[in-house]
Design a protein around this ligand. Structure first.
Ligand code: PMP
Length: 346
């Protein structure tokens, strides 16, 4: 017996993780550079006998460090097994049965899956063109219990300003606005203050992108204590293992390393995007570690280019199942040498 909503579910499809070493992975928005040397040190110095014990269920030390970093209290911080766990818990906790979950379209393709698992109707709203359009947006009826706003957005790489997001949050209240900030460190601006100034805003963050730790699985939610507390009530007891807690703490002790990587990636991104524009591509200006782009109409299609460069060792992401998105490619930013070679191939 399988629950009908699960039988009917089209699952989330993550970027391919091939076995071939030779491939340059530009399909999952991972970081092109390794994490801080402090991470290596922490792994080397990790006391294996600690693993006899269950990890701290509240991630208290890591929570304290994150609270210090974001200028809040520990009670405003939730730590999860990647931000995907945080998003799943948010959908569980902030929606009543059968109440809609709101998302912008296009946006992160996990949200429709999370809503479908809970049999919640998905309320898709076209992505507003700019800050003014977001601030003036009428909240759809019936009002979603939870609205998930990815900022900067994936796959478009565009970002709204904090005051436009605040205006939308106020229009949405008392429903909860989740601002998914997986890529915010690349934008150089964020909405974290809204998580402490507005009663209905939570902000999710991740160690997977800017901190180069996608393989570790640590995500964070910042928000009012009452909302954070609700997530702690329903999470698995030991959702973040000892190794993940220890390594995330080590990474946090070296924010300059993360910032240097972010700067390098942003510079490579801007150079690569300018190169595509010179070749006649339609490139959406990006605030992230990827670019959303469409090849010129008089040349090979996105699908053809994706297949051709794959034969030369480059993996790119295309949303082939979505008619509105399938003519674009989402290209994660690799090293300078990788991007120069790819530009040449394209
Ligand atoms: N949010 C967005 C917008 C993403 O693109 C991703 C990465 N696929 C995530 C959240 C999840 O990241 P993680 O679970 O690795 O923290």
């Amino acid at each position: 017996m399988i629950r009908p909503s699960v039988q009917a579910l089209a699952p989330y499809v993550p970027g391919e993780q091939p076995k071939l070493k030779r491939l340059v992975k530009l399909n999952a928005n991972e970081n092109a550079y390794p994490p801080s040397p402090k991470v290596k040190e922490a792994l080397r110095g990790f006391d294996a006998s600690l693993l006899r014990r269950y990890p701290d269920p509240g991630c208290n030390h890591l929570r304290h460090l994150l609270a210090r970093r974001h200028g809040c209290k520990g009670e405003n911080v939730f730590v999860g097994n990647g931000s995907d766990e945080v998003l799943r818990l948010a959908v569980d906790v902030f929606t009543r049965n059968a109440a809609p979950v709101g998302v912008f379209d296009p946006s992160y393709s996990l949200y429709p899956v999370l809503a479908a698992i809970r049999e919640a109707p998905l309320c898709k709203v076209p992505l507003p063109r700019d800050d003014a359009a977001l601030a003036a947006l009428r909240v759809p009826e019936p009002r979603p219990d939870l609205f998930c706003l990815v900022n900067p957005n994936a796959p478009t790489g565009t970002a709204f300003g904090v005051e436009a997001v605040r205006a939308f949050a106020r229009a949405l209240a008392p429903s909860v606005l989740l601002v998914d900030e997986a890529y915010a460190p690349f934008a150089g601006r964020d909405c974290v203050r809204l998580a402490f100034e507005e009663r209905n805003v939570v902000v999710s963050r991740t160690f997977s992108k800017a901190w180069s730790l996608a393989g570790l699985r640590v995500g964070v939610l910042l928000g009012p204590a009452a909302l954070v507390d609700a997530l702690y009530k329903v999470k698995d007891s030991y959702n973040v293992d000892w190794l993940a807690q220890t390594v995330a703490e080590a990474a946090l002790s070296d924010p300059d390393w993360m910032l240097a990587n972010v700067r390098k990636i942003a510079a490579t991104r801007d150079r690569f995007a300018a190169g595509l524009v010179r070749k006649g591509w339609d490139v959406t200006p990006s605030c992230t570690n990827f670019v959303w782009c469409k090849p010129p109409a008089d040349g090979p299609s996105a699908a053809e280019l994706q297949a051709r460069v794959r034969n030369r060792g480059f993996l790119l992401r295309r949303f082939a199942d979505s008619p509105e998105l399938a003519d674009h490619l989402r290209i994660s930013i690799g090293t300078d040498a990788e991007m120069d070679e790819l530009l040449e191939l394209l």
